[in-house]
Design a protein around this ligand. Structure first.
Ligand SMILES: Cc1cc2nc3c(=O)[nH]c(=O)nc-3n(C[C@H](O)[C@H](O)[C@H](O)COP(=O)(O)O)c2cc1C
Length: 342
């Protein structure tokens, strides 16, 4: 009997051990193709948000979900309970688009990276705006929702500014902030918009829309990690003159990935970005006093602490969450709160 009790206690200890539970669940989930796991995780969260009422923790807090995870605003309701203080939905394009053919999301588990070539798959601006209008009243009042703006693949570059403005227009009543995304590697020609002139004209077009709103909607710009030195400085200064409100640094780093003998091009996220994203934060902070949201390769409380200490106004996570599991964000928020008291 004593031996049985001992086993029982051991079992409950195991169940209570969130890390171990996640390690076991992850090893099952990671047997499936990466995008299927992503869809399953979203389904689980949607389902749980309907049947469970979970309290959000420590709002406001500076830890947000990075763009691309909840492109269509499907799981927003569940994020405050997981610990997030904010989320960036999108990238949203004016018209719905399917994105690149699958497979388009891959794990590089050994190095704790993800590789994607999604290509802005999303339900389109009107549909997602409608969804956000329904969800917003159910969120805690101080949970922040950003909308990441993009262009359709078939919009010629000379009309790009209009696409960004079109999406902004649909979210004037719901977005807490906008991000102009010119840094995804998976829409041909998109990164070529990362010049002072082209960015200035996109910012101006979006601002025309923002001015139609009764409230001020902050406008941020998300840049690629490859930009550095004089090129980056020129862009930062031009955007400061165009009076944007801050920078989101960084997007994924472009690269190639070989899968079953096929070579794909796309973007890497995760550990591969930890050092570079941190470097870009410090670099941009040396050029401007505008705020920076630091994103890329954040995996633990130390990463969060370092980015905030180096001047980031907030951080965002994607890949670190995929590897770290559902309990990671609450853990990071607890550490951040402890940090604040210290
Ligand atoms: C599958 C996937 C899809 C993404 N989609 C978008 C997107 O639509 N728009 C965007 O601005 N960034 C997108 N990102 C980039 C992330 O927002 C983030 O900048 C990047 O992954 C670095 O952060 P991480 O290392 O924490 O993942 C995506 C990333 C991944 C892995």
């Amino acid at each position: 009997v004593q031996l049985k009790r001992k086993h029982e206690i051991h079992f409950f200890k195991l169940i209570r051990n969130q890390n171990l539970m996640w390690t076991l669940l992850r090893s099952l989930l990671f047997l499936l193709p990466a995008e299927l796991t992503h869809e399953l995780a979203k389904f689980g969260m949607k389902w749980m948000s309907r049947v469970l009422f979970l309290h959000p923790i420590a709002l406001p807090n500076p830890i947000g979900l990075a763009a691309g995870f909840d492109k269509n605003c499907e799981i927003l309701e569940f994020l405050p309970a997981l610990g997030f203080g904010s989320a960036e939905i999108g990238t949203v394009t004016p018209r719905a688009q399917a994105g690149n053919p699958k497979p388009r999301l891959f794990r590089d588990s050994k190095n704790k990276n993800l590789f994607n070539r999604m290509g802005f798959n999303n339900w389109g601006s009107l549909e997602i705006a409608k969804r956000l209008r329904e969800v917003k009243p159910k969120l805690p009042a101080n949970f922040i929702v950003g909308v990441n703006l993009g262009k359709n693949k078939d919009t010629p570059d000379e009309n790009a500014a209009n696409d960004y403005a079109l999406v902004a227009k649909d979210f004037l009543d719901t977005a807490d902030y906008f991000v102009i995304n010119v840094s995804s590697p998976n829409t041909p020609g998109l990164r070529a918009l990362q010049t002072p002139e082209k960015l200035t004209s996109i910012v101006e077009a979006v601002k025309v829309e923002c001015e139609k709103s009764s409230k001020k909607i902050p406008l941020w710009v998300k840049l690629a990690p490859e930009l550095t030195g004089e090129t980056l400085k020129a862009i930062v200064l031009a955007l400061q003159s165009a009076r944007i409100d801050g920078f989101v640094l960084t997007n994924t780093v472009a690269g190639g990935f070989s899968h079953r003998g096929i070579e794909h091009t796309g973007g890497y996220s995760g550990k591969i970005l930890t050092v570079t994203a941190f470097e870009r934060l410090k670099e941009v902070k040396s050029y401007t006093s505008l705020p920076v949201i630091s994103v890329g390769g954040i995996f633990d409380a130390k990463d969060v602490h370092e980015r905030l200490k180096a001047g980031a106004s907030a951080v965002q996570i994607y890949t670190g969450w995929v590897y770290g599991g559902p309990f990671l964000i609450r853990k990071l928020v607890r550490a951040w709160k402890k940090d604040q008291r210290a």
